[in-house]
Design a protein around this ligand. Structure first.
Ligand code: ATP
Ligand code: MG
Length: 361
């Protein structure tokens, strides 16, 4: 019969959410818990009795850490640089190694702990994006105010000119162009000001599915003849959430428009809603909240890696008629709702923008 205490300890190790791997003094794996199986992509049966250096052949940084602990008897940790490669996927991990000591204080092996940092990295990226926006926002607000005054002057002068020469058709045409362009600059400035000013949310119960369905319906009509196919895949168990409906409409409209502009004639745009079950975010002193995730997926050309870094920067655009404010505004709306926005893209395959919002009812 198994020692009850031993099976108790085995249960404890198996239940830990972090990966635990234990090696003996010869570098042979003696224990590997389920979280480690998952992270390393090897089964316990494959790993047990095998040499650590063989099983983790491609992971030079981990082998190095283990070797350091074996050589010095000291603990080593690295939470910045290690990325596990398994099954074509990259997982950022925090790793630490420490010597395993017997009750007599003798070194009998090495313990390796692995923590999945995927969610942490995503959060860090979201925070970086928000920071970038707020510093640019302050500058933009100043600039926008400076532009609005001379713009008013130009508009007034153009109108005076129009009154001065009511008969001159050619001149009137030039003035019409001037006024139209002034109007356009004005609109950009207004958008920029809205982006830079701290918004006030008008909170209410928002049925996300209705908002999304309405946008798709409108866009489908607007693009009649472009033959873009729209798919909607909703988890109908998602209740209405507490949010600002007109801002969310603007958010999803921007994303769906971008998707449509990316796919062009004959493309496909898919809108999906799901509950982000294993994700919870602690918001400074508030209770933990589950998240709702909305994916806007397209089968367009995808986004190149160097473009990906600038997507949310105000005025970044690759379109001849774009202002480049769309995604910056999306970013602002999402962070005002204490959510996150992220993008996954593959050249030639398409792009998925995912908006995560707290499931607060
Ligand atoms: N679904 C997508 N597929 C490919 N590229 C995209 C997608 N969404 C955004 N982009 C890229 O990101 C850039 C910035 O998007 P953003 O919405 O901020 O501005 P824009 O669409 O260019 O202009 P605006 O939204 O102001 O009309 C786009 O110019 C485009 O290069
Ligand atoms: Mg856009």
């Amino acid at each position: 019969m198994a020692d009850p205490l031993e099976s108790y300890y085995a249960n404890v190790v198996d239940s830990v959410g972090d990966g635990v791997i234990v090696l003996d003094n010869a570098g042979v794996v003696t224990l590997l818990n389920p979280a480690a199986e998952e992270l390393a992509g090897v089964s316990r049966r494959q790993a047990k009795g095998g040499r650590f250096d063989d099983i983790f052949k491609g992971e030079a940084a981990l082998i190095d850490m283990v070797a350091k602990t074996v050589a010095t008897g000291m603990s080593v940790s690295d939470h910045e640089n290690i990325v596990l490669k398994r099954g074509g996927r990259l997982t950022p991990v925090g790793a630490s190694t420490s010597p395993l000591l017997s009750s007599e204080g003798e070194r009998i092996g090495t313990i390796l702990l692995l923590r999945d940092l995927t969610n942490v990295r995503e959060l860090e990226e979201a925070v970086r994006q928000a920071d970038r926006l707020s510093s640019l926002g302050a500058l933009a607000a100043g600039l926008a105010h400076e532009i609005k005054n001379p713009l008013g002057g130009i508009k007034g002068a153009a109108q005076l000119l129009e009154m001065e020469f009511p008969e001159n058709e050619e001149l009137r045409e030039y003035i019409r162009v001037m006024l139209k362009e002034v109007q356009r600059v004005n609109l950009i400035v207004e958008e920029l000001l809205a982006l830079a000013s701290p918004g006030r949310l008008k909170l209410g119960k928002v049925n996300l599915h209705r908002v999304l369905t309405d946008i798709v319906l409108l866009q489908r009509r607007a693009t009649d003849g472009m033959e873009i196919s729209f798919g909607q895949y909703f988890d109908l168990s998602i209740p209405p959430i507490l949010a600002d409906e007109s801002l969310l409409t603007q958010l999803f409209l921007n994303l769906i428009k971008n998707a449509m502009e990316a796919v062009g004639v004959g493309g496909a745009v898919k809108v999906t809603s799901r509950v982000w079950a294993d994700y919870s975010m602690t918001q400074k002193g508030e209770r933990r909240a589950r998240m709702v995730a909305i994916d806007i997926a397209d089968n367009g050309p995808g986004i190149a890696a160097d473009v990906l870094d600038h997507l949310f920067t105000p005025f970044f655009t690759t379109k001849s008629k774009g202002t480049g404010l769309g995604l910056a505004i999306c970013q602002k709306i999402v962070s005002e709702h204490r959510g996150m926005i992220k993008v996954d893209s593959e050249i030639g395959r398409g792009t998925v923008f995912t908006v995560m919002l707290p499931l607060i009812q």
